[in-house]
Design a protein around this ligand. Sequence first.
Ligand code: UDP
Length: 240
Amino acid sequence: MEKENILGVNVSITSYENLKDSIVADIKNSKKSFIVAINPEKILKARKDEKLKKLLNNATYQIPDGVGIIYASKIKKGKIKSRITGIDCMDMLCNLANDKGYKVFLYGAKEETIKLAKSKLEEKYQNIKIVGYINGYEKDNDKIIKAINKSHADIIFVALGSPKQENWITSNMDKIDALIFQGVGGSFDVISGNIKRAPIWMQKAGLEWLYRLIKEPKRIFRQLKLFKFLFLIIFSKKEI
Ligand code: UDP
């Protein structure tokens, strides 16, 4: 899949349809895939952390999650035109699992959140097979791996926050028999209803960050980094 390099980090140039087809092909070919959501915050972290940069660049798909990525691509006359958010990608994979019978495992978030997320997903996707779950505070990694392998899951969603979830996936992918691994951050909190997502019009207007800021004002420090990111993009000489 074609990629665009933004301040050293690869971002996939794709659409939901294209991504879906690629993932179906990966499953058919028994090819392991790692989906990582890219936003300006992760790119800034990766600039200072060579190991993280390598890890992000080694993922199979780097989806353009943040609106800042779209701005960056536009400024540099790149080809990435629309977002693929982590949670929408997860929704697409759940639909796929629902239609094709792929088995799903959930790992991460607090026990009550993950239980609630599981039942909400089962309500929404009537045929989905969620074959297991484990909260994100379990310390025994062997126990986690055994539970996942025993479940014979095909798709695993990992919600430990970033970059913890990306580190976990990279270190454990080889030991797990599943094929599709996606780091989904706070998605279980949204699915369970603990955290509400912005109204659709705000999502479409690229204002999801503003909604999250109003709900969680302490995110201001994380969000101010978007300005630093755009400043770096504007003044970086390298074209995409
Ligand atoms: N979390 C976890 N184990 C940890 C740390 C965090 O399961 O050791 C969970 C936490 O409960 C929350 C999610 O990871 O559900 C982090 O969400 P956040 O919105 O911070 O992630 P982001 O997408 O911003 O990286």
